[in-house]
Ligand binder design. Structure first.
Ligand SMILES: C[S@@+](CC[C@H](N)C(=O)[O-])C[C@H]1O[C@@H](n2cnc3c(N)ncnc32)[C@H](O)[C@@H]1O
Length: 251
């Protein structure tokens, strides 16, 4: 079992007698990733749409919202999408939430950000997106009711550091939703192409716990292609009492 802080991406391991063999791979750096995603930005929504991701995201959010208590009735919800891409995950949430929401987002790819801004505009939502690394979020502590990251953490050499950043920006008791590449045949294909981690729900839980988050649900129901490639899980920042937590702040 690789350490949660191991910077290399574990690809394969086997034991024969007293021997243990493992193969790992250097992940793509933030700059290399940004360039790759810049090149894919114009076709990303079309591609993921054909694979049914937007529908899978909406289904996930409906299931999540049927169980989670997010903000007191009548207050706007503040959400942060980490690695927003072209916006599909946050937009799916906004549609399912159908109440006031203030959306912040970060990504390292300028072209993905441009596409996301257009899509939010087209759908009539305001959004503030910054070009920033998820490992150094440009927000103060305790800001968000909900932080989300779909298919981002598995790119990182230090996913637990990124989760600690997300935890920092969450309000106490705030929620975290993650989609991660699954350990499966299609997950192996994604790993080969993108040098990502592949996760079991148990490994996802060890990441959450290492970042000081509670693992609430580790394998939400999903369907179609998404089910073959991904796991979806929910974490929560422990709810310590905090002075000056003000729900009435505006976006
Ligand atoms: C697989 S795409 C997912 C996009 C979107 N979340 C979705 O589900 O459609 C991964 C996104 O994460 C961004 N990304 C990768 N590494 C990042 C980092 N270190 N910080 C912020 N964004 C990152 C990429 O630029 C890309 O837009």
């Amino acid at each position: 079992m690789p350490s949660v802080n191991d910077p290399a991406i574990p690809v394969y391991s086997a034991s024969i007698g007293s021997w243990k063999f493992s193969v790992s791979r250097r992940p793509l750096g933030a700059l290399e990733l940004a360039k790759r995603y810049d090149r894919m930005a114009a076709k990303w929504s079309h591609l993921t749409g054909r694979l049914g991701y937007p529908q899978a995201y909406e289904r996930l959010w409906k299931e999540f919202l049927s169980e989670a208590n997010l903000v007191p009735a009548g207050y706007p919800l503040r959400l942060l999408d980490c690695g927003v891409g072209t916006g599909s995950f946050a937009l799916a949430f906004a549609r399912a939430w159908a109440a006031p929401v203030c959306v912040d987002a970060v990504d390292v790819s300028d072209m993905m950000i441009e596409q996301a801004r257009q899509r939010f505009r087209q759908e009539g939502y305001e959004v503030s997106i910054q070009c920033a690394d998820v490992c150094a979020l440009p927000y103060p502590d305790n800001q968000f009711d909900l932080v989300m990251a779909a298919h981002v953490l598995e790119h990182l050499p230090d996913p637990v550091d990124a989760l600690k950043e997300m935890r920092r920006t969450l309000k106490p008791g705030g929620w975290l939703m993650l989609c991660l590449t699954r350990e499966s045949t299609l997950g192996s294909y994604v790993q080969l192409k993108w040098r990502t981690h592949r996760l079991t729900p148990e490994r996802g839980e060890s990441w959450l716990n290492a970042a000081g988050l509670d693992a609430e649900r580790m394998n939400l129901a999903s369907s179609g292609w998404f089910r073959q490639t991904s796991i979806a899980c929910v974490g929560r920042k422990p709810d310590q009492p905090l002075k000056n937590l003000n729900y009435e702040q505006s976006c």
